[in-house]
Design a binder for this molecule. Sequence first.
Ligand SMILES: [Zn+2]
Length: 206
Amino acid sequence: MHESGIYVFESKNYSGWIFGTETQQYWTQTLPIGRGKTKKSKFFNPIIQNKVHLKWLQQFLEYERQLPFYSYIIFSDRCTLKDITLTSGSHFVINRYNILSAVQSNSANVGIQLTPKEIDNLYEKLYPFTQIDEAQKLAHVENIHRKQQAITNVAGMRCPRCGGILVIRTATKGNRQGKKFLGCSNYPRCKYIENISGEADSREKL
Ligand SMILES: [Zn+2]
């Protein structure tokens, strides 16, 4: 937090080459594995992830006005940001060694956006969230590993009906509300869905 606004960092500890665009659901990491070969893996688009964080913060902090948030996706210095396409101008994707200069130049550009009173108030509301114990940290890390496993299994799976890519979705209504399932990326043209366990769902419409 700074008089120029609230900086929201999503930090990624990856190596290798990173490719992605602002709107893609998944980004790609390419790792050399020797003899000129590479291994590709996918991970959830960190910009979308951070957008959710910003939205949550804006709601939680209960301010009438839109707070001055800046979204930074920070990659470790071991990776090369190869082909990252940013279109909206409201997110920054940088290596760790660039944080200081990026934040300095942003704060010089935007000037003072928060009053000292606002900063105190925001600090008070957010401080309890910095008091996280070891058990909660462990649970968070385990949760990430489980999600990564699910993405790896799904990456590359195709819709048996139309050949579209299957993506993880969350049911928004019905008795399975909140549950995850696989849906065809060609929805609504193709309504194929599958339980996350792998069987075709009985509710599937033709
Ligand atoms: Zn399909």
